[in-house]
Design a protein around this ligand. Structure first.
Ligand code: LLP
Length: 423
């Protein structure tokens, strides 16, 4: 469910025409829907309304301050993986008490920042990290609530690059070491071991592997409680997939929520979820303009002004995004197979190969659908292209939530070394 649809022949986000946004903001640009973000957050929040639950939006999916502030106003927390993401979440109005810090390589500075701000918990992924965190907390005179991220050895669908739950992956502590880790943690002065976390991957279409992981975690919790460890929180991760194309049919958030409830039974814990894509995925599109149509060797290349630096997913994961013309094609227009490519000097700068598209010409606008998660956050300035702009729509209104940098801003941090400038 999302709020992008054709009206009077033009693709709209809520009540705002994407042509109007492109005219004012230029392209390429991401456009997000306030109503879609809120709806997705609420579907999950409502499904757990009668339980002590923290829905911590995975900031890596979309870290725009406008998007985070929207979710903050719904009561969302944040799952962050860097000091920068933590500061963004705080800046957007997400209270520290609703922030969870995940990730395999937290630095001393990031630990200090989290401790100073008093975040809800750190998800710890290794013994050296545990010892470092305890030392940092002790030096600051604090005792920090942590969960151990366990690797449940559950294989989950998704793309190989975004699957995380088996032994070969760098994530989490080994399943069979959990008890030893809790024993060690409860001896450390700076650490308050309160929870277990699990996350088996992203874009997972079926809840069954999640159920398997969650059931293992519930059994582990009971075992640890029997041994006297006071486990009061379970972080069940993110990962539920979204449809990117016709025929994609992921299990619904309702099934996801029911499965979580079933796996938990009467276990009395605070539940934490870290959804990213589920909330932001189809709440955003990337709009782009056709620069050229190039016919060569029997192929048609539709050359866009968006490149892999603006939307990396197709180049990185061979990911599919539906690409719609912003102006609806005329009735009976025939589709022909084209390659949609960007301006970057890389052969992987190709969004789609042999994609049937209605007729397109120079200056036409297209929209990459389901680009709200891992779109702008994976963007770069490769080829010295300005970082992609972002807009947020609410009903009839829209706002620029990230403007394009100027050239001066892009090079402001750089300078030629003295030995050149001295002549
Ligand atoms: N929690 C942890 C610990 C994670 O590593 C992730 C995603 C999430 C939550 C959120 O997962 P989600 O609900 O969004 O599936 N760039 C890739 C996705 C990478 C996901 C990384 N971790 C893509 O564009 O498909």
């Amino acid at each position: 469910m999302h709020h992008f649809a054709y009206r009077n022949g033009v693709l709209h986000c809520e009540n705002v025409s994407l042509e109007a946004v492109a005219r004012e903001l230029g392209t390429p640009a991401y456009v997000y829907s306030d109503a879609t973000l809120r709806r997705h957050y609420r579907v999950l929040a409502d499904a757990f309304a009668n339980r002590n639950t923290l829905i911590a939006f995975a900031v890596k999916a979309n870290s725009n301050i406008g998007v985070l502030a929207t979710l903050a106003s719904e009561g969302a927390g944040a799952d962050v993986v860097s000091g920068g993401e933590m500061l963004r979440a705080l800046e957007a109005g997400i209270p520290a008490s609703r922030i969870v810090f995940s990730g395999v390589a937290k630095t001393v500075e990031e630990m200090k920042l989290g401790l100073e701000r008093g975040i809800h918990q750190f998800n710890v992924e290794s013994m050296p990290e545990l010892l470092r965190l305890s030392r940092v907390a002790e030096e600051m005179g604090k005792r920090v609530p942590i969960a151990f991220r366990v690797n449940p050895h559950v294989e989950a669908g998704g793309h190989a690059h975004i699957s995380t739950g088996s032994a070969e992956h760098k994530f989490g502590i080994a399943w069979h070491e959990a008890e030893t880790f809790f024993e060690e943690a409860s001896r450390l002065p700076g650490i308050d071991p309160v929870g277990i976390a699990v996350h088996i991957g992203s874009q997972i279409m079926r809840v069954e592997p999640m159920r398997a992981a969650w059931e293992k975690v519930v059994a582990l919790t009971r075992r640890l409680r029997d041994r006297g460890f006071a486990i009061s929180r379970l972080d069940l991760g993110g990962g539920l997939g979204v449809p990117y194309k016709d025929g994609d049919d992921p299990d619904s958030p309702t099934i996801y929520a029911r499965t979580a409830r079933e796996a938990l039974g009467d276990l009395d814990v605070q539940l934490i979820f870290e959804p990213g894509r589920l909330i932001a995925g189809n709440a955003g599109v990337l709009i782009s303009k056709v620069e050229y149509i190039k016919e060569r060797d029997g192929r048609t290349f539709v050359i866009l002004d968006a490149g892999m630096n603006d939307l990396l997913r197709p180049a990185l994961y061979n990911a599919h995004h539906d690409i719609l013309p912003v102006r609806i094609p005329e009735m009976g227009a025939t589709r022909s197979a084209v390659d949609l490519v960007g301006p970057i000097c890389e052969s992987t700068d190709r969004f789609a190969k042999d994609r049937p598209m209605p007729p397109l010409k120079e200056g036409d606008l297209v929209a990459f659908m389901t680009a709200g998660a891992y779109g702008a956050t994976l963007s770069s300035q490769y080829n010295s292209r300005p970082l992609v702009a972002e807009a947020l729509v609410r009903g009839d209104a829209w706002a620029i939530v990230r403007r394009r940098p100027t050239f001066d801003e892009m090079i402001a941090l750089e300078r030629a070394p003295d030995w050149i400038t001295r002549g």
